[in-house]
Design a protein around this ligand. Structure first.
Ligand code: HEM
Length: 318
């Protein structure tokens, strides 16, 4: 989407791959430096020199993004790009947004290169870890829930048949896979909490909140609350049938957040997860192997991720 080459299978030394590893390590809850910075925020400047590899790769990563923008600006100036072929980078480069000036009037302006770099960086940061973790979690859950896997597979075959690349419309119709992914995100939420800053003093249900406080909403505790999800420890994708969803308050399950800061990658995230799983499930049966550990050990890096990867057995379908 940004012309940024990060195909790990072609190039295991790709900057993007190395940067994401360093970023994850650096923000992992089990990294003592990150842990100290979290508890004693004021120590962050002193701790930064211990985070050398991440800092070095961050510079390389940002330079790669700048290079993509420069190359694309030249291409746009020399050849132009057909509107049907515009990718996200083109939209960021050509689009305008409304900004309130000091005199209080609104005006439109384009994004500067540094603003485009920041947007790309946050889309990559927000998108890669969550997608990887959620696909890995679903693969694990498919392995340990063979009957539900069979229902998902049957639904894929009924809707997509033997088509190599399912269409958007077909992906939307994969209801069993939808339910399976949602139940996986309930038990293994890659984003287990949300954070909001109070913009004014207020009181909710007798609890005072002061302006400037950062409030963390731990969704994972709601997902394990028996009054919303009976027998919460049991994997049951039928909790996400339309009828069951309607019985619950909509805010009891927010895997992509809520409100104006809701995940902007929601649609692409769902589509990519489903497209990847359709490809895998049509070729392979996913089973537990002697190395499969269930419940899966997880770690916060900074998304909830499998602690030591996911081990399953893949058997080619005949
Ligand atoms: C399984 C996939 C994903 C999950 C579960 C997920 C989950 C979330 C959650 C819970 C938030 C916080 C929302 C809030 O505070 O209300 C968020 C924010 C964000 N996500 Fe995702 N996400 C996923 C995929 C993606 C993808 C693919 C992208 C980029 C293409 C992306 C980009 C972002 C960004 C940029 C933010 C910050 C938004 C803001 O602060 O305004 N996410 N995501």
């Amino acid at each position: 989407a940004f012309n940024y080459k990060g195909n790990i299978l072609d190039d295991p030394n790709a900057t993007l791959f190395r940067y994401m590893r360093a970023f994850n390590h650096s923000s992992s809850a089990d990294n003592p430096i990150a842990g100290l910075a979290r508890v004693f925020e004021s120590l962050t400047p002193l701790l930064k020199p211990f985070d050398k590899e991440h800092a070095m790769l961050h510079v390389q990563h940002v330079n790669e993004i700048r290079k993509c923008i420069k190359e694309e600006r030249e291409r746009l100036a020399n050849e132009g790009v057909d509107s049907a072929e515009r990718n996200l980078l083109h939209h960021l480069m050509l689009g305008t947004f409304l900004e309130k000036a000091e005199d209080g009037k609104w005006h439109r302006r384009g994004l500067s290169d540094e603003e485009i770099v920041a947007h790309i960086n946050s889309l990559i940061g927000g998108g890669l870890g969550t997608l990887n973790a959620s696909i890995e979690f679903v693969i694990h859950m498919l392995a340990v829930n063979p009957e539900a896997q069979q229902r998902v597979y049957q639904n894929i075959m009924d809707v997509c048949g033997n088509e190599e690349n399912p269409s958007d419309k077909q992906l939307k119709e994969l209801e069993e896979l939808d339910k399976f992914i949602l139940e996986t995100l309930r038990l293994l939420p890659c984003a287990p909490g949300l954070a909001r800053t109070c913009t004014e003093d207020c009181e909710i249900n007798g609890v005072p909140f002061r302006k400037g406080w950062v409030v963390r909403i731990m969704l994972c505790t709601v997902y394990n609350d028996e009054s919303f999800f009976p027998k919460p420890e049991v994997f049951d994708s039928d909790r996400f049938t339309t009828e069951e969803k309607e019985k619950r308050h909509p805010y009891t399950f927010l895997p992509y957040g809520q409100g104006p800061r809701m995940c902007p990658g929601y649609h692409i995230g769902v589509f990519q997860t489903k497209a990847a799983l359709v490809k895998i499930l049509r070729k392979y049966v996913i089973e537990s192997s002697p190395q499969t550990v269930d419940p899966l050990p997880v770690a916060l890096r900074p998304m909830l991720s499998p602690k030591d990867g996911v081990c399953v057995k893949l058997t080619k379908r005949t």
